[in-house]
Design a binder for this molecule. Structure first.
Ligand code: S6P
Ligand code: ZN
Length: 192
């Protein structure tokens, strides 16, 4: 391994932005076409309001994606729903399934949904200060269940990689929905 210089970034605790940052990933509604259950609501939002920004990811710059390194960054999920379903990330397994991750809640209110290959789901509410451990072999998705932006810090192994395909195909077995103002975990009728 070649020697690299230590460095730091500054986290804006109000917005969740990192400075300096690597490329910022923005995911809009159209990036998540088949992920929300209510396809009518999805089409209606696109037609009436346009392609809304669902979440952004800032990643600390210059960390090589290799074993031994620790990639890290922040995610900000903006508040809102598609139908009854709260705004969420796409969700993924790590391509190397035996790589773990740590999330630290920064601002706002959300949930971390975890799921095994067999479809077993864990639902973990997250607030500022929550330190969540995502063990190897669990897919993970975060959901903004509050009325403000929900942000968190993540750190994961440099060689973890991301596998989105499995979740795009199978979805999550449970959904977080707004039922009359109550955050409710329900079965996903489309779960394969
Ligand atoms: C990376 C880590 C997070 C997510 C981010 C967006 O391993 O879990 O940085 O990438 O929260 O979620 P997703 O599912 O779109 O990558
Ligand atoms: Zn991850």
């Amino acid at each position: 391994m070649t020697l690299m210089q230590p460095f730091k970034t500054v986290l804006d605790m109000q917005t969740g932005a990192l400075q300096p940052t690597g490329p910022i990933i923005q995911r809009h509604l159209s990036d998540m076409q088949h992920m929300y259950l209510d396809q009518e609501a999805y089409a209606q939002i696109l037609a009436v309001e346009g392609d809304r920004l669902i979440y952004e990811v800032y990643q600390a710059p210059g960390v090589p994606e290799v074993a031994g390194q620790i990639l890290h960054g922040t995610t900000i999920i903006y508040p809102g729903c598609v139908g009854q379903e709260f705004h969420m990330t796409k969700g993924h397994f790590h391509a190397q399934r035996d790589r773990a991750e740590v999330y630290v809640g920064l601002k706002g209110e959300g949930h971390l949904l975890l799921q095994t290959e067999d479809g077993v789901v864990e639902d973990m509410p997250m607030r500022p200060g929550t330190v969540a451990y995502i063990p190897p072999l669990w897919a993970h998705r975060t959901v903004n269940t509050g009325e403000q932006p929900f942000s968190f810090l993540s750190a994961w192994p440099g060689d973890a990689g991301h596998d989105y395909g499995a979740i795009e195909k199978m979805g999550f077995a449970k959904l977080l929905v707004d039922q009359g103002g109550q955050v409710t975990l329900v079965d996903n009728p489309r779960f394969l």
